[in-house]
Write a protein that binds this ligand. Sequence first.
Ligand SMILES: O=P(O)(O)OC[C@@H](O)[C@@H](O)c1c[nH]c2ccccc12
Length: 254
Amino acid sequence: MNALDLKLQEKKKNLITIYTTAGYPNLLDTPVILKQLQNNKVDIIEVGIPYSDPLADGPTIQATSEKALANGMKLNILFEQLKSVKDEIHTPIVLMGYYNQLLKYGAEEFLKQCKDAGVSGLILPDMPFQIYLDQHKELFEKYEQRVVFLITPQTPADRIKEINDATTGFIYVVSNSATTGATEANYNEDFLARLKDLGLTKPYQIGFGISTKQDVEKAWKYSNGAIIGSAFLRTISETDNITESVDSFINSIK
Ligand SMILES: O=P(O)(O)OC[C@@H](O)[C@@H](O)c1c[nH]c2ccccc12
């Protein structure tokens, strides 16, 4: 069992997952942010690996990614930073990146580094589902990395069932909009209400466009948890006191 398994086993509702871009706002900030998110009892932390061509990302995440790359953030640095706080951070960490980043690094070496760095699982939104099953599943298992797949209002019901069966972490339910970072939640409530009837057996959390306490409560009503990225990053970008702004953001949504 890794930290994510434990969390999902012990807490079945009202999860809060916070996304942060590695190396943003400054190269050395990520370990500090992780500790402060843990101090604030965030349930799961999603750490984004900055990428120059982030297909699924809206303007906020893209800007943080560009800044992080300009700061010099690279996978090896991220793995070192995560290793340096591994003994202090018990909050499960899920890495979010693009499939090409895993391929370029070498799938096995990437997954091994994840394990050594205390990472619990991966979100690779453009990793083809079938390729995962055929080529990577065993390595994910070998290095105890859980996999998170996304479903959207456009995902057909039979595919959702397959994704449910293949998921070893949680299912990422995209609330509606096509890219991350909408400033207002635009829930597709028909879709969210239907989730309950799909017979999902894995935990699922809703993300994209969540920024307020009301949005979080709505996500909790329809699922096991809420995932927040852009709203959090906007808050920490406007401050010179990161720990304080992490505190006040988490306070505002809980
Ligand atoms: O930023 P938002 O709208 O709060 O959505 C979360 C999202 O940013 C985060 O989970 C994420 C960042 N990049 C992604 C790429 C694909 C899916 C999800 C993500």
